[in-house]
Design a protein around this ligand. Structure first.
Ligand code: ACO
Length: 159
C-alpha cells in the first residue's frame, strides 16, 4: 500500500541516496556534490530551501519528490520540482503520478498557479507521463547554468 509523507531531517541520508539513484539514471552518477549533511542543513535547518516528500510502499522507501518555491514575473508564485524519482522495483504502480499529484496539491493549497520542472530530452517515459498529466513542454526555451570558473569570472566583472 502506498503512503506519502513529508520528509524529516532523519531522512537526509535516504534522500541523498535517492538523489544519487536519479543521477545514475540520468547518466551523471558523479555529478551529485551535495552530501547528506548538506541535505540536512539546507532542507531542514532554520530556513529550509526545499521540501521533500517520501513515497513508501508497505513502509519501504519507494521514491521521492523534492521541490521549492519559485517566482515567475509572468505567472507569479509557483513551485519548482527539482527531482521526481521512483525506485525501479516500484515503477508502474502509480507512485510517480501520486507524488506529482501531491506537489500539485501543495501548489493549489498555497495559491501557486503552476509547477515547473526540467526533464532530459531522451527520458521518453517520463515525458510521456508528464504529457499524460497535462504538462506542456516549453521547447523554445534553453536551460542555462553558470557555475565554477564561469561564475567566479563574472563575479570579478561586478563593479
Ligand atoms: N512501467 C509501467 N508503466 C510505466 C512505467 C514503467 N516503468 N513508467 C511509466 N509508466 C506509465 C504508466 O503506464 C502510467 O500511465 P497510466 O497512468 O496511464 O497507467 C504513467 O506512466 C504513470 O505511471 P506511474 O506508475 O505513476 O509512474 P511511476 O511510478 O513509474 O513514476 C517516473 C514515473 C517518476 C518517471 C519513474 O518511472 C522514474 O522514477 N523513472 C526514472 C527517473 C525519472 O525519469 N525521473 C523523472 C526525471 S524529471 C524530474 O526529476 C523533474
Amino acid at each position: 500500500m502506498l503512503t506519502i509523507r513529508d520528509a524529516t531531517i532523519a531522512d537526509a541520508a535516504l534522500i541523498r541516496r535517492l538523489i544519487g539513484e536519479l543521477a545514475t539514471f540520468e547518466k551523471e552518477p558523479d555529478a551529485v556534490r551535495t552530501t547528506a549533511a548538506d541535505i540536512a542543513r539546507d532542507g531542514f535547518g532554520a530556513s529550509p530551501q526545499f521540501r521533500t516528500i517520501i513515497a513508501e510502499w508497505d513502509g519501504a522507501p519507494a521514491g521521492f519528490a523534492l521541490f521549492f518555491d519559485y517566482y515567475s514575473t509572468w505567472r507569479g508564485a509557483g513551485l519548482y520540482l527539482e527531482d521526481l524519482y521512483v525506485c525501479p522495483d516500484y515503477r508502474g504502480r502509480g507512485i510517480g503520478s501520486a507524488l506529482l499529484a501531491r506537489v500539485a496539491r501543495a501548489a493549489e493549497q498555497e495559491r501557486r498557479s503552476f509547477v515547473k520542472w526540467s526533464v532530459l530530452d531522451w527520458n521518453q517515459s517520463a515525458i510521456e507521463m508528464y504529457k499524460a498529466h497535462g504538462a506542456e513542454f516549453l521547447d523554445e526555451w534553453r536551460t542555462a547554468l553558470l557555475s565554477g570558473d564561469g561564475l567566479r569570472r563574472l563575479t570579478e566583472k561586478d563593479c
